[in-house]
Design a protein around this ligand. Sequence first.
Ligand SMILES: C[S@@+](CC[C@H](N)C(=O)[O-])C[C@H]1O[C@@H](n2cnc3c(N)ncnc32)[C@H](O)[C@@H]1O
Length: 222
Amino acid sequence: MTTMTLRKPHPDRPMEGMMAKWYAANTAEMMQQYVDLAARIAPQLEAGSRVLEVAPGPGYFCIELAKRGSYAIIGLDLSQSFVKMAAEKAAAADVNVKFTQGSASKMPFPNDCFDFLLCRAAFKNFADPVGALQEMCRVLKPGSRALLIDLSRDARPDEVSRAVDEMGLSAMNRLLTKMVFKTMLIRNAYTREEFEQMLAQTQFSRVEIGGNGMGFEIWMTK
Ligand SMILES: C[S@@+](CC[C@H](N)C(=O)[O-])C[C@H]1O[C@@H](n2cnc3c(N)ncnc32)[C@H](O)[C@@H]1O
């Protein structure tokens, strides 16, 4: 196997200010994706489960999940703007979710404390992706699972274009989103081989890499 340098050549980059506002408005137009994901995950969780979303951004998944059951949900994001915004959105939705500021590769939580962990559309941005995977494993309870959803570096341009067309965005946002995918997101994303290499450096007892040509859904069991 070839050895790749997986650490990003830049420090972590939280989304702040205008960028956070744009992302929150753009993804609000795709709310159904968060609703569907929460509806998929909720039946797998027992009442009272402790749930962590790593890098929740505006907090849409956490909020949708909180509407579906009595869970203790925490969102951990590096961005001050998003922590504030997500807390406001949770209050407006009248759900109890805690959002806190911190890094995926240095989580402010003890070992073995979560029953489920989600990291969606964020992993490719982390400066220290292996460190983040190791932290995900550390904070999960033994036997509990994490779901990592992210874009594939091998996503074909026509697949990306079709996926963006299906997001239900306005014409302007569709154009902008396609440009962001092409110029930033795909370049930062990982291949299946890279994921395998990173996951080999963790203590997860079981890993299943699924998904489609566009991206991965990786289930990791501690
Ligand atoms: C594209 S947004 C994804 C938000 C959300 N998960 C979603 O599905 O809409 C990426 C998020 O990752 C956060 N982020 C980037 N680096 C981070 C790190 N090292 N630790 C925690 N959050 C980070 C950013 O601040 C941003 O909120």
